[in-house]
Design a protein around this ligand. Structure first.
Ligand SMILES: [Fe+2]
Length: 333
């Protein structure tokens, strides 16, 4: 077997108050996954969820309910064990109450984290447990507490990333779930745009844990143009040069793409939201990675509310299927 099939979903925004409408769409999605396996032989080897799992990370309740009502049933429907389920946090998954309680620290960091050296120094201190730095990222505590309780086989290395290595058809696949939400405020009007940070140090530390993997997948909730100008410069280059696939969400729109510049190349899976309201675009996508050729085939699925079922997303690409090739494949042979 020289093909790896990824199911990529994002942006559920689970809340108890909306659970009835959410369940209508998620039940249709679970049925669609079984249908795609039977009728189109699309059976995922791993599942990636790229953030905004819950509507609010102010408590653990919504995050736990999202695992119970969606991610665990999703893995079961796809026939994938939870050791092959990977989740990165989104801006809705961190605690806005926490951010609002620390306005001075939050504002000061906009001025402090201006270049790669300053960002790396901050991340290094926080990873070592420095008090002030840890306080600035504890908006993530509810998310990682729930995440680690459900996905215990994934490395638990602080608030900036999680990694895991899995064997798929005899190939070692490494997944780095990077945290692009630890500098988010989650406030309205896209105030977080170009104010977020992943950090070179987080990416390099994750890559150290994935050393030796034949295929490397990065997961980050926000598209990279949401990072600060300095962090985009370094993080984008590191992801492009080291990963075979980068998966993101947040935009509530599906747009598979291929990106190439002098630093390297990468196929990017930006996926739509699983639930943005029943009458908006709701979808998810399969990515088949053909290892020898470096071809990535995206099958994009879209929910239709009139008959409560998913179909090929012809509004995204002709026939809902598109193949992209990485012209600079990294160890994919
Ligand atoms: Fe988001």
């Amino acid at each position: 077997m020289t093909k790896i099939t990824v199911l990529h979903a994002s942006d559920l925004h689970w809340s108890e108050s909306n659970s009835r409408d959410l369940s209508i769409v998620t039940n249709a999605m679970l049925a669609d996954i079984e249908y795609m396996g039977k009728e189109h032989s699309l059976r995922p080897d791993l599942i990636i969820f790229s953030g905004d799992l819950a509507q609010s990370g102010d408590s653990e309740d919504g995050l736990m309910q999202a695992f119970e009502h969606f991610l665990v049933p999703l893995a079961k429907a796809a026939g994938v064990g939870t050791e092959r389920l990977f989740v990165a946090p989104g801006n809705h998954d961190m605690s806005r109450d926490n951010v609002r309680s620390l306005p001075t620290i939050n504002d000061a960091l906009y001025g402090r984290l201006k270049d790669t050296d300053a960002i790396n120094a901050f991340v290094r201190s926080a990873m070592r447990g420095a008090k002030e730095e840890v306080l600035a990222v504890d908006r993530m505590n509810n998310f990682y507490s729930v995440h680690d309780a459900y996905l215990g086989s994934i490395s638990q290395t602080g608030p900036f990333f999680r990694t895991a290595k899995v064997d798929i058809h005899g190939r070692s696949v490494g997944v780095a779930c990077l945290n692009s939400a630890w500098r988010a405020t989650g406030e309205a009007d896209d105030v977080d745009y170009q104010r977020l940070v992943i950090s070179e140090l987080a990416i390099d530390s994750a890559l150290e844990e994935l050393e030796g993997c034949e295929v490397k997948i990065a997961v980050h909730h926000h598209p990279l143009d949401w990072l600060t100008i300095a962090d985009k410069e370094t993080s984008d280059a590191r992801i492009r040069s080291a990963f075979n696939l980068a998966c993101s969400g947040h935009m509530h729109a599906a747009r598979p793409s291929f990106t190439l510049d002098a630093t390297g190349s990468c196929v990017v899976s930006q996926t739509g939201s699983v639930f943005a309201g029943r009458k908006w675009f709701n979808g998810y996508q399969f990515i088949e990675i053909d290892l020898p050729s470096g071809c990535y085939t995206f099958t994009v699925r879209e929910y239709h509310d009139h008959d409560r079922r998913f179909d090929f997303a012809t509004t995204v690409c002709p026939g809902g299927v598109v193949t992209l090739a990485d012209v600079l494949p990294k160890d994919l042979t």
